[in-house]
Design a protein around this ligand. Structure first.
Ligand code: NAP
Length: 338
């Protein structure tokens, strides 16, 4: 299987990505035990299918080490000159505290060492508390490290539109912001997407498949109890569905998506991913991969075959219109973490 040219996106100069990125929170341990050998074999399968881009973080258990092992194995088997085929986007999620040059540099060095890279492709920065404006210190040091060649591109995760504006006004160039974005959580389209478009920033999205809840598996199913939600991801997005409108409304959404999926000969998950990929400012959708446990490679490849038409979007809209306003309820992008 090879993905079509439309699967690629020029994310930054000399850096193109697969528009469906493989999410590695699922190897953290909170989604089932991961066997490293099986995981590496699965990484080759994703890569060979065309899913060459990875999203990870310093705190996703062994994720950075798995990238390091995958890259080493890849170089041995296929040659180091081909390592550029892999894009690995990590995050730095520091504990609150002083953001000295030394602290920042050390964090970047640890991630680079674990991932086996001279230079990080992309560093996505997260910050817990906006009352502490030292996020600007951290970003200034990160921009210096980019200048010095330790990071290719600087990015954010879970920043709201107001702080993104402050960062842009401070003259700090970022290429993307990673935010939750799905048929259920459409907060990014209220303010964030337009701001990003004005400033040449793109969005990478997570939670797009609601941890797997957005699928045939849950269509017509009674509301799952907490004990049935066996991954951290399922628990997280079940809470989001509860805030959005509850299980009955979610069933209405799945029921509306099913005939659209059937019409296109794809799955509900594929329709959900395609919907978000088509939204303004979205560069890519991150889909979590429980490496070596479960895989949806062939199904997720179909995202690039589908074109949603006006009738599809018109059929979905009335269900979405019944939902609560998550921006009012939770706040702008990332506010659920604060
Ligand atoms: N920046 C942040 O704060 C943040 C937060 C959360 C996540 N993320 C990133 O986003 C990634 C995505 O994770 P997520 O938690 O948001 O989960 P998600 O992508 O919404 O859901 C992933 C789950 O969906 C299921 N799935 C995948 N493809 C499917 C298909 N075609 N049909 C049916 N089910 C399918 C799989 O479940 P099974 O494995 O059970 O089959 C998979 O584990 C993470 O790995 C991480 O990289 C970032």
């Amino acid at each position: 299987m090879t993905l079509p040219a439309a699967s690629r996106f020029q994310f930054a100069p000399a850096l193109d990505i697969c528009r469906v990125l493989n999410g590695m929170w699922q190897v953290s341990g909170a989604h089932g035990a991961i066997d490293p050998e099986h995981a590496i074999a699965a990484m080759f399968a994703y890569h060979d299918a065309g899913f060459t881009s990875w999203d990870l973080a310093d705190h996703y258990g062994p994720a950075e080490d798995l990238i390091g092992q995958f890259r080493r194995r890849f170089a041995e088997q296929r040659g180091a000159e081909r390592l550029g085929e892999i894009q690995a986007f990590t995050k730095w999620v520091p504990h609150p505290g002083a953001m000295s040059r030394q602290n920042v540099e050390q964090a970047i060095a640890v991630s680079s060492r674990r991932m086996g890279v001279e230079r990080l492709d992309l560093l996505q920065f997260h910050w817990w508390d906006y009352r502490d404006r030292r996020y600007l210190d951290a970003l200034t040091h990160l921009a210096d490290l980019r200048q010095e060649g330790k990071i290719r591109h600087l990015a954010l995760t879970n920043f709201d539109t107001e702080r993104l504006g402050i960062i842009v006004d401070a003259g700090i160039r970022v290429v993307s912001n990673q935010v939750q974005y799905s048929l259920v959580d459409r907060r990014p389209e209220v303010k964030m997407a337009a701001f990003c478009q004005q400033h040449g920033i793109t969005l990478l999205t997570y939670g797009t498949l609601l941890g797997g809840l957005l699928s045939e598996k849950y269509l017509g199913r009674p509301e799952p109890g907490r004990g049935e939600l066996t991954t951290a991801s399922l628990q997280k997005y079940k809470n989001m569905i509860d805030a959005w409108g509850g299980w009955a409304l979610f069933q209405e959404l799945l029921a509306v998506l099913k005939p659209i999926a059937d019409k296109h000969g794809v799955s509900i998950a594929t329709i959900g991913a395609r919907y978000v990929l088509d939204r303004p400012a979205v560069a890519g959708v991150i889909i979590g991969a429980r490496l070596g446990i479960a895989e949806h490679i062939a199904d997720n490849a179909r995202v690039f075959d589908v074109t949603l038409d006006a009738d599809d979007v018109a059929a979905i809209e009335p269900v979405l219109a019944k939902s609560r306003d998550l921006l009012r309820l939770i706040g702008d992008c990332g506010d659920e973490y604060r």
